[in-house]
Write a protein that binds this ligand. Structure first.
Ligand code: SAH
Length: 209
């Protein structure tokens, strides 16, 4: 049963143009308050980004839905690489929609916390890595989908290389205050690029914490 807050959130997402019924269903069923500190849990179902510590934020539900819907518009997405686990909310949504999720985070305490939450939720098709997402995760390539939840100023080469033929990369690119959300499709050695939205993400940063 959808609670009142999640039902309202889904109505907002529908009004904002999210039409993939699987995405809406999973977002309606996922308890976003589990992913933020207790002090903020009353804000968990508002359509806003919220702080998760270490200067990072949980993405706005609309953006999570938009990115997930864009990724799933490509067919045959079963293996997905996520860069920027953060609190694990986007990871939880993906894990309920695809076969396997590989997720990479540079801040160890955030990764550990996310891993615990996702285990409690019983999502056991997720593999975690404490590493620099600029490098992707070469060991498990190729991925039919790659989703990046922090913004670099240029597309990391490794991510393009780790995409399967026909695979789809969803990534925000640019500087603070001026970022575009891109959808990139790989065809052998060429890439098609589309701009989906203007967005505001935290920067993709080098080095581990
Ligand atoms: N999807 C997450 C978004 C968190 S914000 C959520 O909804 O909670 C972006 C995350 O990207 C932060 O946790 C940040 O630490 C992480 N990040 C930034 N640069 C990174 C890098 N080079 N490699 C891996 N993770 C990175």
């Amino acid at each position: 049963m959808l609670n009142h807050y999640r039902k309202r959130l889904i109505e907002q997402l529908l009004a904002q143009g999210i039409s993939n019924s699987n995405v809406l269903e999973v977002m309606g069923a996922t308890e976003r308050h589990m992913f933020v500190d207790e002090a903020l849990s009353s804000h968990a179902y508002t359509n806003n980004a919220l702080p998760i510590g270490y200067g990072q934020t949980i993405s706005q539900p609309y953006i999570v839905a938009r990115m997930t819907q864009a990724l799933l518009s490509q067919t045959n997405i079963s293996k997905v690489l996520e860069i920027g686990t953060g609190c694990g909310y986007q990871t939880a949504i993906l894990a309920q929609l695809v076969k396997k999720v590989y997720t990479v985070e540079r801040i160890k305490p955030l990764l550990d916390k996310a891993q615990k939450r996702l285990e409690i939720l019983g999502l056991n098709n997720i593999v975690f890595s404490h590493n620099d997402g600029y490098l992707g995760w070469n060991k498990y390539k190729s991925y039919q989908g790659i989703i990046v939840t922090a913004a670099p100023t240029e597309i990391p080469e490794a991510l393009l290389n780790q995409l399967s033929i026909g695979g789809c990369l969803i990534i925000p690119i640019g500087y603070k205050g001026k970022q575009s959300l891109l959808k990139i499709i790989r065809n052998h050695n060429t890439y098609e690029q589309y701009v989906l939205d203007q967005v505001s993400f935290v920067p993709l940063q080098k080095g581990l914490i």
